[in-house]
Design a protein around this ligand. Sequence first.
Ligand code: HAM
Length: 485
Amino acid sequence: MSKGAPKSAQPRRYRLIRGQRDILPPETDLWVSVEDAAHRLFRSFGFGEIRLPIIETAELFEKSAGTDSDVGGKELYYWVDSPRANKAIKSVRWKAKMTAAKVSQPDSPAKSELLRAADAGDFDTLTEADRVALRPEATASVCRAYIQHEMHQPPQPVRLYYMGPMFRRDRPQKGRYRQFYQIGAEVIEPPKPGGYGWMEDAATDAEVIEMLTTFFKNVGLSETTLYINSIGDKECRPQYIERLRNQLSKIKDKLGPDSQRRIQTNPLRVLDSKNEEEQKIIETLPRMSEHLCEPCRDHYKALKRNLDQRGVTYQENWRLVRGLDYYMRTTFEITAKGLGSQDAVCGGGRYDGLVEMMGGPKGTKGIGFAIGEDRLILSLQESGKSRSDARPSVYIVWMGEGARAEALSTASNLRNAGIRVELPGVEQKVGKAIGQADKLGIKFAVILGENEISTGVYTVKTLSTGTQDTVRKSDLIGYLNQQYV
Ligand code: HAM
């Protein structure tokens, strides 16, 4: 123990909890520029931003993603959010303890049943709405909001986008966090009475994917691969799943425990197993593409045709089933370089039955995607594209009390023009000021001394090259913007 104050008297230094992290400047500049790019592009495709709560009922995510999925099952952060819960747990534990004490045999089944009940708590007085969760994804919330706000009223389809934190209790590693950020978009449309909705066609699927690939291009992420697949619909998929299940049951012993369990619960998920030893076996399994019904086959063909027309390049991947239960027909994923094993920067697909399953209008269709923003940023940084300063930055070096007022008004004018300005509160020697500006990564130093003020001509130094120019006060903003290309 250190000398001086006893340990108990020293203030505790709090640390991040496991799997959490802070994102600090200047890295956050890159985050902001990526988010700006999404706002601009998504709006140009007719999408409007939706802001959703982070906490929703746990059941919403369990039902939509499926309790056997990681997202709707073991990774969900949920708790009972009610003062009544604490009371119920306390009283039941107390009652159970009292009763258990009266059971004569120490380890009777009756006693263990009571102890189990005491541990679990009696939630009789609570409703499903008291169990809430941190959202692990936002598609379910968008569908809930679509239904709750009766967005099925014309005009359709409804195009929404969102960005923000999601939470999954996963094992943290590079590119996988317990709190991570998504930028996502969804298109939802109810059936048109007697008409042909936009979403009958694969053109909407292709347009959403086109928007996504344009986004990656705009933010400068070039080495990406788009994978597509069709996982069929409720007509053809059940037969395929049965065939897959039969086949998997025959080779059960060769599979790991996770895949063995999934033979019964969700055999499709065996296909995206990352287990090295299972890879060869999976290659021999029957494929969904051979079992698609005619409408699904046509839809998939139309998707590929529409992507070709838009000049979007893709690779087909028959094993791309995705980890959430709500998908049907189109599924897609984008991988990027420099991310190691967690290389998916985006995932998405169609979910035509989801809105209806959640109590919305029958036959409503939906499609969307979510970009993993953390992974996108990592990949941009790995490929050296971390420049985030889209605007010039200036350090104002002022000398003499007479220059202070001029420095203040210059700073204010430049800031109004969107230029970042560092204005030292005290007078500095030129050499020291330039050194400080360099450390801050600033591009230009504007030097204001008595001479500059009397002539109205400023001295501007470009710090990266050391070159120096004289610029009229009225031309300063134009000069800075022109130099900074
Ligand atoms: P998802 O594939 O679960 O899909 O997540 C989308 C993306 O979020 C992933 O490709 C990945 O980049 C990122 N991501 C997921 N988990 C983590 C994590 N623990 N740490 C860091 N990044 C992560 C969905 O969430 C669907 N809601 C997408 C969608 C929208 N489908 C239709 N509409």
